[in-house]
Design a protein around this ligand. Structure first.
Ligand SMILES: Nc1nc2c(ncn2[C@@H]2O[C@H](COP(=O)(O)OP(=O)(O)OP(=O)(O)O)[C@@H](O)[C@H]2O)c(=O)[nH]1
Ligand SMILES: [Mg+2]
Length: 695
């Protein structure tokens, strides 16, 4: 649903900082942007030289490149400064409201487009679906489900009562008809602070019954907003990107965990934001589990709030050592890059207010400056030095590199290679049109279409079958790991009861289960990727044969691009908190309430089965189905492209008018030379950079 703008629209671009130093660290991305532009130009030039069928294929590629928007997800501890850091990355001190109530669980995506012109700013808000709301209302969310299963009372009941109170307030705040709002999407041609607050922040009235009407209005939709997408231009960013702010993981209500897991699942590059004075403590297990499910090259750790450290120079090495120790212990990415900084300092720079810095913060700054500042930046103006010390340039640099190597390069290579196929296919079509290769033609267009369809079917089914076999073996391996884990846990439980009785609380860490599942998944992922690549190669061979069968030697020069299976997503769902992760509080109360050995073993068995059911299902069926669909769509795109080229050549064969129009004259020679030039140009972008190819 679209609703009309109801607020005045201020010129928000005026708020964005214009400092040049904002670009520091973005150089790799700027170089990539230039290459993208050259590929775009080559494709535009090619567009003028292609026939209708080839144009269609080219248009698909052009759209794919245009829609390519690398995303970076920020996750981390509640109140570690994720939102403040995202604002700083966007170059805008006060863009998204900070200090949002932990009850809100909105994922906010900032879509930045390079450019300095005031462009149309727009915002889209997605409200919760009915079933999501119901899950919350009926079962009290994940926490409620967990509590129900564990049959726990005490402190958990208190939290549930709190959730109920909050819910009741939401109902009142949203009015009688709020259920009609569920599932809606609201779009605006602008956004401002007022609008953002209505959707993503609840305001201070939340726990007060007698809040004034204006404050009531502030968080009108925030209870039921699920995601916000904001589109804006950024002068400093050389290439478009999406910065995704998530609501923090270690909240008492467990309202935010699932939301964050989903956000992380859909994005390759993650920045984990920690608070310097409590970086990865034992209370952050949910977050540690999440980081541990990722590969080190997909994570950057940003330790924020170093301005709050008394002696950053000495404390920082210590903090880094601790973080690495925790990651090693939890089998996480212990060689991940770790950056230290302060979003507070960054925002002081952005709002041009370094004089207004708190005194303790300024003292820390000097302390850190002595250690961090090197000769290269010693003659920067103070404001740029502070920007440097805030850690933002380093963060931008690492993010830029990751965007280019893990997302950008593979995308550009694939598109350039496909464009080469189209260009060389067009050369073949032109040649056929001029020379007329009728003697070699043994198939009608109808037959070609039929053979290509049969070939596509064959490979699509074979791929499904091969991936199906790999999936089955993965599923049974995962099930075995799961069953073994439960058996071993129950065994240990019984032994504990025999040895120590039921007065002493027993605990059992599910880390082993996660490790087994993760390794089963990683075997599955690499087998699936290899199998798909082999299948693609076989399809390429068949398509090449069909070209020759259909058009003979005329198609000799066509350079078929071989599709490549993308990296498969990490099994982030494993990180989801389950009852066993709590060895305090209500786990103890579950323990105390259970009586008798038999009851223990039986209840424990069903508790753990039910607890892990959700992520086992996600991991075994949902994620594998998504992977198959993704692998098949790569194959389908390859077939579609070659169908278009075959049509282009086929059309050229029967094109009597065209022959007259383009007899081998200077014009046609020129045309062929221009396409050759485009092919040469695109080829440089379709190859692995030298360093990577050698690796
Ligand atoms: N001193 C200091 N304060 C900071 C820093 N970064 C953020 N803050 C403050 O910490 C508070 C929380 O910041 P947010 O950016 O809302 O934190 P968040 O991680 O997004 O919080 P949630 O989304 O609620 O989990 C705000 O008052 C910020 O101004 C920092 O580097 N130093
Ligand atoms: Mg936040």
């Amino acid at each position: 649903m679209n609703i009309a703008a109801q607020f005045p629209s201020p010129d928000l671009t005026g708020f964005q900082s214009q400092r040049d130093s904002l670009k520091a660290g973005l150089e790799p991305l700027a170089a990539f942007a230039e290459r993208v532009e050259r590929v775009e130009q080559a494709m535009e030039a090619l567009e003028e030289l292609t026939g209708d069928s080839a144009k269609r294929s080219l248009a698909r590629l052009q759209r794919e490149l245009k829609e390519f928007e690398p995303a970076v997800t920020f996750l981390g501890q509640v109140k570690s400064g994720k939102t403040t850091l995202v604002n700083a990355m966007a170059g805008w001190a006060d863009l998204l409201p900070t200090d949002v109530n932990p009850w809100t669980s909105v994922v906010t995506s900032l879509h930045l487009t390079p450019g300095s012109q005031a462009r149309e700013i727009s915002a889209r808000f997605q409200l919760m679906k009915e079933e999501e709301w119901d899950r919350l209302v009926q079962k009290g969310g994940r926490l409620g489900e967990l509590a129900n299963r564990a049959g726990a009372g005490g402190e958990l009941d208190t939290i549930r009562k709190q959730i109920e109170t909050l819910r009741e307030k939401s109902r009142r705040r949203l009015g009688k008809k709020f259920e009609l709002l569920l599932g809606q999407e609201h779009e605006y041609g602008y956004f401002d602070k007022n609008l953002l607050e209505r959707y993503i922040c609840l305001g201070d009235d939340f726990f007060e019954d007698d809040a004034p009407a204006e404050a009531e209005n502030q968080g009108r939709f925030a209870d039921i907003t699920r995601s916000a997408d904001l589109y804006l231009s950024s002068r400093a960013k050389p290439f478009r990107m999406c910065l995704r702010d998530t609501p923090g993981v270690n909240d008492t209500f467990m309202m935010r965990e699932q939301v964050t897991i989903n956000a992380v699942r859909s994005s390759r590059i993650c920045v984990v934001v920690l608070s310097a004075h409590q970086a990865l403590t034992s209370i952050d297990m949910a977050l540690i589990r999440m980081i541990s499910s990722l590969k080190s090259r997909d994570v950057v750790i940003f330790v924020n709030r170093i301005d709050e450290l008394k002696d950053p120079s000495n404390q920082i090495p210590e903090i880094e050592k601790n973080i690495r120790e925790v990651l090693t212990k939890q089998d996480g990415p212990d060689d991940a890059r770790i950056i230290f900084g302060s979003a507070y300092w960054a925002n002081k720079v952005l709002s041009d207010n370094i004089e207004g810095m708190a005194e303790t913060s300024a003292t820390s700054l000097l302390n850190w400056a002595e250690k961090e500042l090197d000769a290269a930046i010693s003659d920067y103006p103070p404001i740029d030095m502070i920007w440097h010390l805030s850690g933002l340039p380093k963060l931008q640099e690492i993010i830029s590199e990751r965007i280019v190597t893990t997302l950008g390069e593979p995308k550009l290579r694939k598109i350039a290679a496909s464009a080469v196929t189209i260009a060389s296919g067009q050369q073949a079509a032109n040649k056929v049109r001029i020379e007329g290769d009728a003697s070699c033609r043994s198939l009608s267009m109808h037959e070609i279409r039929g053979e290509l369809a049969a070939l596509a079917n064959h490979h699509t089914e074979a791929l499904a079958q091969e991936i199906g076999t790999i999936t089955e073996s993965y599923q049974s391996r995962a099930d075995r790991a799961h069953n073994n884990f439960i058996d071993r846990a129950v065994h240990s439980l019984v032994k504990h009861l025999e040895d120590s009785g039921d007065t002493k609380v027993w605990s059992y860490s599910p880390t082993g289960l996660r490790m087994l599942l993760r390794s089963a998944y990683s075997v599955f992922a690499s087998r699936a990727q290899n199998t798909a690549n082999k299948r693609y190669e076989a399809a390429v061979v068949d398509v090449a044969e069909l070209y020759f069968k259909a058009f003979g030697n005329a198609v000799e020069g066509i350079q078929l691009s071989v599709p490549e299976a993308q990296d498969l997503p990490a099994p982030v769902t494993i990180a989801q908190t389950i009852a066993l992760d709590f060895n305090d509080g209500w786990w103890v109360s579950w323990w105390r309430r259970t009586r008798g050995y038999k009851a223990f073993a039986k209840q424990f068995h069903s508790l753990i089965s039910a607890e892990t059911e959700d992520f086992m299902e996600q991991l075994k069926s949902v994620q594998t189905a998504e992977i198959l669909a993704q692998l098949q769509s790569t194959l389908a795109a390859f077939i579609d492209q070659n169908r278009d080229i075959m049509f282009e050549i086929g059309g050229a064969l029967g094109d009597k008018d065209g022959v007259q129009r383009m007899c081998w004259g200077a014009e046609e020679a020129d045309r062929a030379a221009r396409i050759d030039e485009i092919v040469d140009n695109l080829q440089t972008h379709s190859l692995l950079p030298e360093t990577e190819a050698a690796a």
